[in-house]
Write a protein that binds this ligand. Structure first.
Ligand code: HEC
Ligand code: HEC
Ligand code: HEC
Ligand code: HEC
Length: 156
């Protein structure tokens, strides 16, 4: 082949070799083809162990009722299906560490489920909704509704 055909080919080969070299040095060595397929192995193998070594934040069983009377009223209310930790945050280790849990009295805690959505699809319309701007704006929901027994008589 003529020299002028080869010259640009050298550049292409050089670029390909350079990218392979850069890939070799930049990619962690356990990144790559696990589980025999490219798509499903596209991660660092060591990352599995890293996640496994992270301490769990939530506890699996809501044994909160051993110490807190709130579980009694909660389980008799429409909120019975909501885990305590859904509203009070991760509780693994509690009451040793953390010795106490967060109490959030903000409207957003409730509105993430109760804000009325204009589109009813997805089962969200099964949750009784209110208009956040029209339903007693700027006041704390739990000033009137008991979060552990929301269908009880509402305080005025
Ligand atoms: C072994 C007993 C025990 C268990 C089990 C337990 N707690 Fe507690 N909890 C305590 C103690 C002790 C405190 C600190 C004293 C206090 O404020 O009541 C506390 C504080 C709290 C507070 C803050 C109360 C306040 O008035 O500031 C919340 C909320 C709470 N716990 C929720 C939970 C939840 C949710 C669970 C289950 C995931 C749970 N607790 C499991 C003993 C326990
Ligand atoms: C729907 C959200 C929600 C769920 C579910 C929930 N809580 Fe609460 N909890 C709150 C809010 C909000 C307050 C603050 C109430 C207030 O200040 O009037 C609170 C207050 C508390 C307190 C402080 C004392 C009191 O009654 O004000 C404790 C203890 C507590 N919750 C424990 C629990 C336990 C145990 C469970 C599960 C059995 C649970 N909570 C489930 C939202 C929730
Ligand atoms: C995880 C979603 C979720 C969160 C968070 C939540 N709720 Fe609810 N709530 C529900 C569902 C679902 C129902 C209806 C259950 C049923 O009717 O079977 C309900 C029922 C109620 C009801 C009774 C409505 C009626 O039909 O009479 C009130 C009042 C209420 N919630 C207030 C609150 C308040 C106040 C908070 C915040 C402290 C809150 N909810 C947080 C899901 C949630
Ligand atoms: C000033 C007291 C007060 C405050 C604050 C308040 N509510 Fe209510 N809520 C009521 C009363 C009274 C009713 C029953 C009459 C009605 O539907 O308006 C009610 C009804 C509801 C219902 C039932 C609606 C239905 O269609 O069945 C839900 C859900 C609710 N409130 C959630 C909330 C949430 C979430 C907040 C905070 C963002 C909140 N409320 C703040 C007094 C209050």
């Amino acid at each position: 082949m003529k020299e002028y055909v080869w010259r640009p080919m050298y550049v292409v080969v050089l670029i390909a070799a350079l990218s392979l070299a850069v890939r070799f040095f930049l990619l962690p060595h356990d990144f790559g083809v696990h589980e025999g397929g490219y798509k499903y192995g596209y991660y660092r193998l060591g990352n599995i162990a890293e996640w496994e070594s992270r301490p769990a934040l939530f506890r699996s069983a809501d044994d909160c009722g051993d110490c807190h009377r709130q579980s009694e009223s909660l389980s008799a209310s429409p909120h019975a299906f909501i885990s305590c930790q859904n509203c009070h945050g991760p509780a693994a280790g509690h009451p040793e560490d953390p010795p106490t849990l967060a109490i959030d009295t903000g409207r957003d805690l409730c509105l993430r489920c109760h804000a009325d959505l204009s589109y009813p699809a997805g089962g969200r319309d099964a949750v009784p909704g209110i208009d956040p701007l029209g339903h007693h704006p700027f006041r704390s929901c739990v000033g009137c509704h008991d979060p552990h027994h929301p269908r009880q008589e509402v305080q005025p």
